[in-house]
Each structure stands twice: as C-alpha cells, then as structure tokens.
Design a protein around this ligand. Structure first.
Ligand code: DQA
Length: 151
C-alpha cells in the first residue's frame, strides 16, 4: 500500500498503437505497462495499471485505490472533459494524484481545454507523449517519499 501506485486509463486508450498514431504514437498500452512496472521497480514503487472504457469502471478503480494505493496517476481520456463522477471519486482519495495526457490537449479542440480532474490533480502533464507516464512516476515517487528527486 505505502509504495503502490495505480495508473488508471480511460476510454479508447486500450487501442493505443492503433488509435490515431499521429496524435498518440505507436506504443501500445501493454508497452506502457511493462515500461512503468520496470521504472516503478527502479524507483521503489509497486505499479499496477488499469484501463476501462466505462466511467463507472474508473470510479470503481479509484474507490479500490482508497484502500490499496499510495498514489494515482490517471489519464481519464475523454472523461477528463466531462466527468464530475471521476472528480468526486478522486476527491475522496487521500494520496497524490497526477493527471497525464499523451497529447498536448491545449493545442487541440477547445472542448479538450477544460479538465474536471485538474481541480483535484496535484500535477498535470500533457504533450509529452507516452513519456508523460514516466515523468509522472518520477514526480509521484518524490511526493510519496517527501524528497524532490530533481535535487
Ligand atoms: C487524452 C486527451 C483527451 O482529450 C482524449 O479524449 C483522449 C486522450 C490524451 O492522452 O492525450 O482520449 O487524454
């Protein structure tokens, strides 16, 4: 629990690698999962990755994290821009929350500029491609251990 991080991914991210690769890149969710588990090991974190195409599935995973995880990294995908339910669930989670977007949402359509999740997130990473998950893991490791790994 103390070092466990849940990485939650919202709708359509199961199709990473096939989905609009010019926006989201060529790497699959399985690639990201393997990468994050390995990096987590180096950082002393026990990383588990979840994905759901359903809003309620993500809410359930956040509830589960209340009992099992020290921190959450979340890419809520399209629910970022619509979901008060995900925001409410995150507001009941005590640990650090980092919001990740693969694309630079602020350079895209205006409906992607607003995020409900940002009202709760301790940090937001957008436009770094799938590297954003790695950056988020470094940051959440510092927040959990209380040390700033950037020195
Ligand atoms: C996304 C950006 C969202 O606007 C979009 O709906 C997604 C992915 C991203 O990672 O860039 O599904 O969260």
């Amino acid at each position: 629990m103390r070092n466990r991080i849940h990485i939650l991914n919202g709708p359509n991210l199961n199709l990473l690698g096939k989905r609009e690769p010019e926006i989201y890149g060529a790497r699959t969710l399985a690639d990201i999962e393997a990468d994050c588990i390995a990096l987590g090991r180096d950082l002393g974190l026990d990383v588990a990755l979840f994905q759901s195409n359903h809003e309620g599935g993500i809410v359930d995973q956040i509830h589960d994290a209340r009992e099992t995880a020290a921190g959450i990294i979340i890419n809520p995908a399209a629910y970022t821009h619509t979901s008060v339910a995900i925001l409410d669930a995150l507001n009941m989670f005590d640990g650090p929350v980092i919001e990740v977007h693969i694309s630079q949402v602020h350079k895209r359509e205006s409906f992607r500029h607003h995020s409900y999740v940002s009202l709760r997130a301790d940090a937001v990473i957008a436009g770094c491609g799938t590297q954003g998950y790695r950056l988020a893991l470094h940051r959440i490791a510092s927040l959990i251990t209380g040390t700033d790994v950037t020195g």
